[in-house]
Design a protein around this ligand. Sequence first.
Ligand code: SF4
Length: 248
Amino acid sequence: MSRFPKGSVAKRVAALNTRYKHHAATTVLEHALKDADLGRVALVSSFGAESVVLLHLLSVIAPETPVLFVDTRMLFVETLEYQRELAEKLHLCDVRTIRAAQPRVAYEDPDGTLHKFNTDACCTVRKIEPLERALTTFDGWITGRKRFQASTRQAVEFFEAEGDTRIKVNPLAYWGREDLEEYMIENRLPRHPLVAQGYPSIGCAPCTSKVSPGEDPRSGRWRGQEKIECGIHFTNGKPIRITKENAA
Ligand code: SF4
């Protein structure tokens, strides 16, 4: 239950964007985490190809911040190992693994093949519902969304309203691919092991494929389908379904 008055999210987002307009990612994280207009926040991470940058920034500034990791039970074993490795190396004190309740999965996806014929339903059961439930105790969440990643993300701001539910914080909104690479090299951060094997964007194992040189780095996600986002971003508490068609 939020401690902010109903109808206040848009106003607080506008104030935060004005306050931090000319600041860098680190300042946004550093100050925003303590800003009364933001409230209680968690970082949501997939521990994917670029996640280490935001996790490292957080570990330097506020390692006690809760980190929510959604384990769909469909992830690569390398991702689960990388998650443990990073949590330990970066001294993240409060990593919370979020999963769908087993009876819910057993009912909706008894043989684990839902992703083959209805990816939206599968993402809803395995990602969206557990995350939405976990976020109910927070006023905001920090994401690694960046403008360069997709046409759907070109207007991403530091702070965004999710309806009147909570605030989304995107400290890396203005970073480019080179900035991320440079940061990882400078800080000698460990890479997800699958990056070197041709996976520049990593999600669940059945829905992630290798990407050839020159292809869009996200083209390996839900290859051959209209879907380009998993739907863990919400408006008015409802997941947004973004397809190649409505992203244009
Ligand atoms: S990415 Fe694929 S396997 Fe993972 S939850 Fe979505 S549809 Fe299911």
